[in-house]
Design a protein around this ligand. Structure first.
Ligand SMILES: CC(C)(COP(=O)(O)OP(=O)(O)OC[C@H]1O[C@@H](n2cnc3c(N)ncnc32)[C@H](O)[C@@H]1OP(=O)(O)O)[C@@H](O)C(=O)NCCC(=O)NCCS
Length: 179
């Protein structure tokens, strides 16, 4: 286990996660505002899991945490961290299975990731999301991110140009709910 929370275990991906990853990332409701087109085939999920499993959270670049629910041992989502090469900034992203949304799991997982990043001395964590992605914007707001700006007609998504929201959380703004 890499990060622990009351209900979740954030760990490295493993080959057995591929079917669950393929299932939730194939869901149109999960993929809608993301950079991939569903379905995510089993082969594609196998490759993704292999790639995720090779990552190192302490090195620059993307690392994806597998988020497992302790109660049933199921993979419920993933949180990605893109650590800048200066190791002082990072970007985060996340995806949770639709039937595991609305339980506060994304918030719990993201909070654990932020605690780890700021605990390692990061100065700034950022995230961006499609302006129509209300759930994602709400999550970022809940954990303390501040809206930094809006890029009009920034991304070509689902056959249209969409606005993009930029969120930032600085180390001195971060309030750990467990503290
Ligand atoms: C964005 C996303 C991760 C948000 O997930 P989420 O489950 O809504 O977020 P949270 O973990 O903060 O859960 C909040 C909800 O859980 C409810 N909840 C239930 N039990 C809770 C508990 N014990 N603690 C906290 N919240 C709880 C809250 O009331 C809230 O409900 P509401 O949405 O009706 O207000 C999710 O919608 C998702 O994966 N979307 C698809 C992928 C995506 O768009 N990713 C972002 C790309 S930028």
């Amino acid at each position: 286990m890499l990060l622990d929370t009351p209900r979740l275990c954030l760990r490295r991906f493993r080959p057995a996660d591929a079917p669950a990853l393929a299932a939730y990332r194939s869901d149109e409701a999960v993929a809608h505002f993301q950079g991939w087109t569903p379905p995510v085939t089993r082969n594609a999920a196998d490759s993704l899991v292999r790639e995720f499993a090779r990552g190192d959270p302490s090195r620059p670049g993307w690392f994806h945490y597998a988020v497992e629910l302790k109660a049933d041992g199921c993979l419920v989502g993933d949180v990605g961290v893109n650590l800048h090469r200066n190791r002082k900034q990072a970007e985060v992203g996340y995806s949770f299975a639709v039937d595991r949304q609305g339980h506060g799991y994304a918030r719990e997982a993201l909070t654990a990731v932020l605690r780890d990043l700021f605990g390692r001395g990061l100065h700034r964590v950022s995230a961006d999301c499609d302006a129509r992605n209300v759930r994602s914007a709400r999550l970022l707001d809940r954990v303390g991110f501040r809206l930094e700006g809006r890029r009009p007609a920034y991304a070509w998504l689902a056959s249209e140009w969409t606005d993009d929201l930029l969120f930032t959380l600085l180390a001195d703004q971060w309030k750990d709910p467990a503290a």
